[in-house]
Write a protein that binds this ligand. Sequence first.
Ligand SMILES: Cc1ncc(COP(=O)(O)O)c(C=O)c1O
Length: 383
Amino acid sequence: MALKIARRGLVPPFIVMDVLRAANDREAAGEDVLHLEVGQPGTPAPAPVRAAAKAALESARLGYTDAMGVPSLRARIARSYGETYGVELDPQRVIVTTGSSGGFLLGFLASFEAGDRVALAAPGYPAYRNILTSLGVEPVLLPCDLAHRFQPTVELLDRVAPPLDGLILASPSNPTGTMLGRAALSDLVAYCADRGVRLVSDEIYHGIAYEEPAVSALELTDDAIVINSFSKYYSMTGWRLGWMVLPEDLLRPVECLAQNLFISPPTLSQIAAETAFDCHEELDGYVAAYARNRAVLLRELPKAGFDRLAPADGAFYLYADVSRLTNDSQDFCRRMLAETGVAVTPGMDFDPERGHRFVRFSFAGPEVEMGQAAARLGAWLAD
Ligand SMILES: Cc1ncc(COP(=O)(O)O)c(C=O)c1O
């Protein structure tokens, strides 16, 4: 007799992981693959972070920590808000999490009931809608387009049938890299305040911006759940460490959930991460490399035939409208990998409705590969 499987687990796969596997299989077979599909830095954690981890491994007990995180790390994170945004923050409002992914789970569980409705941009990071769905919360996709930098607007929200319980924002966004300016973000914060909508601001790509620095929701309100991570700017994806800044009313519920779900975030990573806030020289060097990669792709991709690109204000992605080249971006990416060895991600992950017309290029890899990829793609499309 077949045993029951909960519907909660029936969420779509993350297609980029399938692309990654296909690219790795080709590489293992001896082929030369250019990885413009991966959404993570190709660099290690800053040297002082690695040194701190080595020392802690030898000398610290590495037991559980407080469920909210090591107090000195919470204090250091709070201090960084003063340094970066000029915002004074009580360390008690900071909770350290297992990546921002752990933060989403805790934040959504504490804020939304099954049956609630939460708006978010399409295209957007797929885990938001898949986590919400698995919790029985209804994701309400806002069809965002180039005219509004692929970001939600009050006008789009006004078209959503009530009730709305939450809004998730990501600036810079994955997959588009586009950002919300201060005025646009303020409008959305005011919208949420007026209607009692819980705002979740994913700020994981803060620090990686090319024109203006990103604005934190915390500069505008104390009511939002602000989510961040050591994964991107700090180049520490595998250390599985992130944090949230919470409104007062969510502190205790999130603490209780964290105690039960995770006990504590990874101890070794927490001890080492404290030094990351003093590594700006090394980390800004990584951002300078992304900026060079971005410049190469913005110059070369249009020549190759990818001329409809979202204005990537930050992060390390370019989202390209490929509707003039294909109506099936998944098949297009499969053929691209097979025929050129260039791996990119089809848009379906990010936008179930319109993603078949888009692909995402990641430029987190080595600079030399950016030019090579554009050259291979130019020759391929010319064929
Ligand atoms: C927008 C966005 N948020 C969150 C995450 C999850 O990151 P982590 O759990 O490593 O902090 C990612 C990862 O790619 C992302 O792109």
